[in-house]
Design a protein around this ligand. Structure first.
Ligand code: MGD
Ligand code: MGD
Ligand code: SF4
Ligand code: MO
Length: 698
């Protein structure tokens, strides 16, 4: 029998809408949801490789309980009852003696969190974490400091944009299918793209203007652009007068940061900076400075992230066609939102173990900061944490310095991993539970915010293969075993959807035709001069931030030049390949074939000094000498001399993944000593404060 199922891709965290064709219980075809104009049937390579992932036998098939030492890879197959009883048997005495707060859980964030977060809440733990300390935290906190709400308050109207400015936001390789398509259209109709990176990525090749900056100097560049915009009166005065607090303070702060000064720091000619400032002023307000992620991985990236938001405000781009728009939810459409399980469970009274929200008032408490869990485990301050559940997250690969992490993790009585692949963290866990893949499970309904808010659905396409189980089932089972099953009364996802949709006027059957339900017909735009909803105390955009000032933190931070490197020592930069997702696809049969290993990009001049030719094997050593490995050199003019680059996620060490095993090098393994190096104001791990030695391999 043939079936067509609307669902949501799970090959990366973008979660694009898809249509899946199933014949006699086997997936035959996956494509972008044709009813969604942004997708129109299109999918990226990773999304298409969902088929290869699904039918790969080198992924967890049944529950495993560790027998040998942690990480050694000696496992015993268990039934679900055995595995769940084992976990509950360990968690119960921990909760009895130390309270629910002694259990921490981390995940990948995103829209499908209600059930496992409810589980954590039900056992009385405030210690929920996600991946964001390694991703968007500095930008998140920069946004909160200026607008009173996080980075996802806004989205980008690429469709009408006249000039898009990207700092290492490699849109054509680090993909979001819809955004990449719309930005291609922007270029086709003559819109401008200014791209700033330390190397020429594929996005640089398509850009109108490419600036190869010295690593870590985006802040200097932005300060000089702001300087020029204010000096030459290029900003949207009407918008700024209406909505901005702190313009005068900004003006005096940027006074010394001239384009001539910035040219020396960044390597970008001062005339080009001035020309650029005048160009964007002509295109305003249809200008977007995308704060991205990659200017946010240094020790002071919080402040550079703020400058990109400041530039958007100076251009008056908020709620202007072609600029940044407020993402509207069901409430803004006059509709009721989804019910959540979390709301039915009392909030734990204990404070977070990482200090977020109380010891560090400027850090949002929501997902906290995972890197602060490790010192708390070691010191037992403010209280002991004894168990860690890691769900759809691989911290040993995504946070710096796996060996340093293991020192803390090994103090725990229990580590449980729930994953649909073998992850580095799962391999080091005590129990590894095989999670159903996105094709094998239904997920909770998600709210899609935007100009036209909607609800969308991930529907199960096929039965789980082997013994995998959907995550909602796993957490419900654990809750029942721990005596809090009353909160999880739903029998299956169908029943949970009904609970979510109660009172909204929408039913699960409404998703049958297209996989989503629009809550409005026309896009919702607010009046940008009179009706913007900033959540700061002043209800304005706070260049001078009340949140920061109240916590004794300056709103503007003087520029400090990043550390220079030479003589065979380089800053190690990393990024994505369009055909891989972090560390989870290196063993995918198809994606492995397309890109089996990574290379080390090195500047041609530097390579010559070191006697390295294109294609040579080179030895890379971490700054403390504790880790090294060899990799093929890619010698190119198109990378800044102070930096070397490798695609993230390779160098996997799980022998059961025979294709990806030991192929290429893992950037994260070179980030030694960086687990506790983070931006003190933004909170994110300073992944780019990493230096390595490079030499020709013997
Ligand atoms: N050195 C270095 N570190 C980095 C980065 C870098 O480029 N270099 N990138 C950073 C960034 S931006 C991010 S976002 C983080 C990402 O770090 P992570 O969030 O850890 O990475 P992901 O690859 O998204 O996936 C985590 C795990 O989810 C599993 N998974 C996938 N689908 C499912 C599912 O349906 N169910 C379950 N249970 N599990 C599933 C995958 O197999 C994988 O093991 O890493 C950060 N860390
Ligand atoms: N194919 C694919 N797409 C993805 C993902 C994936 O795993 N695979 N992951 C998704 C996730 S979680 C995220 S967060 C996004 C990340 O999306 P991006 O941030 O756009 O992508 P990255 O590839 O991590 O990094 C982009 C660039 O930053 C540059 N860079 C390094 N240092 C500097 C600097 O000092 N200044 C500037 N201006 N640039 C610098 C690097 O050279 C690199 O080219 O991608 C998402 N999309
Ligand atoms: S970007 Fe590609 S892999 Fe990620 S969700 Fe979309 S289609 Fe899937
Ligand atoms: Mo990310």
């Amino acid at each position: 029998m043939k079936e067509s199922v609307f669902s949501i891709c799970g090959m990366c965290s973008v979660r694009c809408p898809i249509r899946v064709e199933v014949e006699d219980g086997i997936v035959k075809w996956i494509e972008g949801n044709p009813h969604d104009p942004g997708m129109a049937g299109r999918l990226c390579a990773k999304g298409s490789a969902g088929l290869a992932m699904e039918y790969d036998y080198e992924r967890p098939q049944y529950p495993l309980i560790r027998k040998g030492k942690r990480g050694e890879g000696t496992w015993e197959r268990a039934s679900w009852d055995e595995a769940l009883d084992y976990i509950a048997g360990k968690l119960k005495p921990i909760i009895d003696e130390f309270g629910g707060k002694a259990v921490a859980l981390s995940d990948r964030g995103g829209p499908f969190r209600d059930i496992h977060r409810s589980f954590l809440r039900a056992i009385g733990s405030p210690n929920y974490f996600n991946h964001d300390c390694t991703c968007g935290r500095n930008v998140q906190h920069a946004s909160i400091s200026m607008f009173g709400s996080g980075r996802k308050t806004f989205n980008y109207d690429f469709k009408n944009c006249k000039h898009l400015v990207l700092y290492g936001r490699n849109v054509f390789e680090s993909l979001r299918v819809k955004a990449a398509n719309t930005i291609m259209e922007l270029l086709d109709r003559g819109g401008k793209l200014t791209y700033i990176d330390v190397r020429a990525s594929n996005t640089a090749l398509k850009a109108t203007r490419f600036w190869m900056v010295r690593p870590g100097t985006d802040y200097a560049l932005d300060l000089s652009i702001i300087h020029t915009v204010l000096r030459d009166n290029l900003y949207d005065a009407e918008f700024v007068n209406q909505w901005v607090v702190g313009l005068r303070e900004l003006e005096s702060f940027v006074a010394p940061y001239t384009p001539e000064w910035a040219a020396k720091e960044t390597g970008i000619a001062s005339e080009e900076i001035v020309e650029f400032a005048h160009e964007i002023a002509q295109d305003k307000p249809a200008v977007i400075f995308h704060p991205g992620w990659m200017m946010a991985r240094y020790k002071d990236s919080f402040y550079s992230s703020r400058t990109s938001y400041i530039l958007n405000a100076l251009m008056g781009s908020f709620e202007a066609p072609g600029g940044l728009f407020f993402q509207k939810g069901p409430g803004d459409a006059g509709k009721k939102g989804l019910n959540t399980l979390m709301d039915t469970i009392p909030k734990p009274k204990d404070k977070r173990v990482d200090g977020c929200g109380w010891k560090y008032k400027h850090f949002e408490s929501g997902p906290g900061l995972l890197h602060l869990l490790y010192p708390a485990i070691l010191s037992q301050d403010p209280y002991p944490v004894k168990a860690y559940i890691v769900f759809r997250h691989d911290p040993l690969l995504s946070l710096p310095d796996p060996e340093a992490q293991k020192k803390a993790l090994d103090k725990l009585d229990l580590i449980v991993a729930v994953d649909s692949n073998y992850s580095e963290t799962g391999w080091h866990a005590d129990v590894l539970l095989p999670s159903a893949t996105y094709l094998e499970k239904s997920s909770i309904i998600r709210t899609g915010k935007g100009l036209k808010p909607q609800f969308d659905i991930r529907r199960q396409a096929i039965e789980p293969r082997n013994e995998a189980k959907p995550d909602w089932w796993i957490f419900k089972q654990l809750a029942e075993r721990l005596g809090v099953g009353d909160y999880f009364k739903f029998k299956d996802m169908e029943e949970f959807w009904k609970f979510q949709l109660e009172g909204t006027g929408v039913t699960p059957a409404d998703f049958d035709d297209k996989g989503f339900v629009n809550l409005v017909d026309a896009p919702i735009w607010w009046d940008r001069m009179n009706d913007l909803k900033f959540k700061t105390p002043s209800k304005k955009i706070e260049f001078v931030s009340s949140l920061l000032e109240e916590n004794g933190i300056p709103s503007f931070k003087p520029y400090e030049s990043p550390k220079k490197s030479d003589n065979g020592t380089f800053r190690l930069a990393f990024g994505r390949s369009p055909v891989h997702t972090h560390g989870q696809t290196q063993n995918n049969p198809v994606l492995h074939e397309i890109m089996p290993e990574n290379t080390l990009w090195i500047n041609a001049g530097q390579a010559e000094k070191l006697g390295i030719s294109n294609g040579d094997q080179v030895k890379v050593t971490s700054s403390d000498g504790s880790h090294s490995g060899t990799i093929q050199a890619k010698v190119t003019e198109f990378i800044h001399p102070e930096v070397v680059f490798m695609v993230h996620g390779f160098g996997r060490k799980i022998p059961w993944q025979t294709r990806g095993y030991n192929k290429g090098l893992g950037d994260y393994r070179f980030e030694t000593g960086l687990l506790d190096v983070y931006d003190p104001v933004g909170g994110a791990n300073a992944l780019l404060e990493c230096f390595v030695k490079v030499e020709k391999a013997k």
